[in-house]
Design a protein around this ligand. Structure first.
Ligand code: UDP
Ligand code: MG
Length: 309
C-alpha cells in the first residue's frame, strides 16, 4: 500500500484553507491508502496559521510547518518536499486552482509507472491577459535559452515519485525554480490536462516583482549562455573588425579606396572592444565554473540498476 503526501504552500489563505481541506480529504480517503497533508504557512499575516493549527488538532494526517516570515512559494514547496515521507508527493495550491480530482488522475498515472505527472493548463480563468501573455512568452524563451524540454503551460501542480523528490533535494543551489529542476532530473514524465478555475477566495500573491524574481530563478541556474555570450560577441566583433581592416588594405592596394583616419577608426575601436569582450568572456567562464561547483548538482542521476545487489 502506497503512502501519499500532499504539500500545500499557503500565504494569507485564511479564506481558502478550510475549503481546500474539505475538498481534498474525501477524495484522498476514497483511495483507502495512507496519506499526509503538509501545509507550509509562508509567513502569513492573516489567520492562516491559526486555521492550520485547528486543522492539525482535528486531523492527525494534517501536518503544519510555519515559516518565520514570507520566504516565497518556491521555498515553501521545497520545505514541503523535505518534510514529506510519501512514496508519491503531490504539490497543490491552497486556493483550489489545482482541482483535487485531477490529483487522483495523477495518482492513476503514477500507478501506471510514471515518475512525474505534470498538471497541464488547458484554459486559465481569472488571469489577466498580461499574465497569460508573459507566461506564454517566458516558457518559450526559457526552453530556447536553457535548451531544456520544459513542458509548456505547466505550473507547480505536479506529482513526484519519491526518487524524483530525492533527486531534486540533492540539487544544492539556493535560488531554485522547482519546475525547472523537475525537468533537469529527468525520469519518466507525463501530464494530465485540466481547465484552471479561478481562485476560490482571495487574490493572487504574484506581483510583477515576484514574477520577475521567479523568471530569473528559472533562467540563471539553468544556463550559462548569459555568461558565455560576451565571449561569442567579442570573437564576432574581432572577426568583423579584422575583416574590415583587410578589406581596407586590399582596396587601397587596388587604388579603389584609401579610407581616411575616420574610416579606420571603426575597425580599430572594434578590435579593442573585441579584446575587452573576450577577456570578460574568459572571466565569465571561470564564474560559470565556480557557480556550477557552488550549485553542487549531482553529476548524474541513476534511474535503475540491474545485477548490482
Ligand atoms: N504562496 C506562498 N508564498 C507566496 C506566494 C504564494 O506560499 O509568497 C502560495 C499561495 O498561498 C498559493 C500558491 O502559493 O497556495 C500559489 O499562489 P497564488 O495563488 O497567489 O499564485 P497564482 O495562482 O496567482 O499564480
Ligand atoms: Mg492561485
Amino acid at each position: 500500500m502506497a503512502k501519499y503526501s500532499i504539500i500545500v504552500p499557503a500565504y494569507n489563505e485564511e479564506k481558502s484553507l478550510r475549503l481546500f481541506y474539505d475538498a481534498v480529504t474525501p477524495l484522498m480517503e476514497s483511495l483507502q491508502e495512507e496519506y499526509e497533508m503538509i501545509f507550509v504557512n509562508d509567513g502569513s499575516r492573516d489567520a492562516t496559521k491559526e486555521i492550520l493549527k485547528g486543522l492539525a488538532a482535528e486531523d492527525k494526517r494534517v501536518k503544519v510547518c510555519s515559516f518565520s516570515r514570507n520566504f516565497g512559494q518556491q521555498a515553501a514547496l521545497l520545505c514541503g518536499l523535505e518534510m514529506s515521507s510519501g512514496d508519491a508527493v503531490i504539490a497543490m495550491d491552497a486556493d483550489l486552482q489545482d482541482p483535487p480530482e485531477v490529483a487522483l488522475e495523477m495518482i492513476q498515472k503514477w500507478k501506471e509507472g510514471y515518475d512525474v505527472v505534470h498538471g497541464k493548463r488547458r484554459k486559465r480563468k481569472g488571469e489577466t491577459v498580461f499574465k497569460k501573455a508573459t507566461a506564454f512568452l517566458y516558457y518559450r524563451f526559457m526552453r530556447k535559452i536553457t535548451k531544456m524540454e520544459m513542458p509548456k503551460d505547466v505550473g507547480d501542480f505536479k506529482l513526484y515519485d519519491r526518487k524524483v523528490v530525492d533527486s531534486i533535494l540533492s540539487m544544492g543551489e539556493h535560488d531554485r525554480l522547482l519546475r525547472a529542476q523537475t525537468t533537469w532530473v529527468g525520469f519518466k514524465q507525463t501530464f494530465v490536462e485540466f481547465d484552471r478555475p479561478e481562485r476560490v477566495a482571495g487574490e493572487t500573491h504574484y506581483t510583477l516583482k515576484k514574477m520577475i524574481k521567479l523568471a530569473q530563478s528559472g533562467i540563471f541556474p539553468n544556463t550559462d549562455y548569459t555568461l558565455t555570450f560576451p565571449l561569442k560577441l567579442g570573437l564576432l566583433f574581432g572577426f568583423l573588425s579584422v575583416a574590415c581592416m583587410v578589406a581596407f588594405i586590399v582596396l587601397s592596394c587596388c587604388n579603389i579606396f584609401y579610407g581616411g583616419l575616420v574610416a579606420w577608426l571603426f575597425p580599430t575601436v572594434g578590435v579593442f572592444a573585441s579584446i575587452i569582450l573576450v577577456c570578460q568572456g574568459f572571466a565569465n567562464i571561470h564564474t560559470s565554473m565556480i557557480y556550477k561547483e557552488v550549485q553542487n548538482r549531482p553529476k548524474y542521476i541513476v534511474a535503475e540498476k540491474y545485477n548490482f545487489e
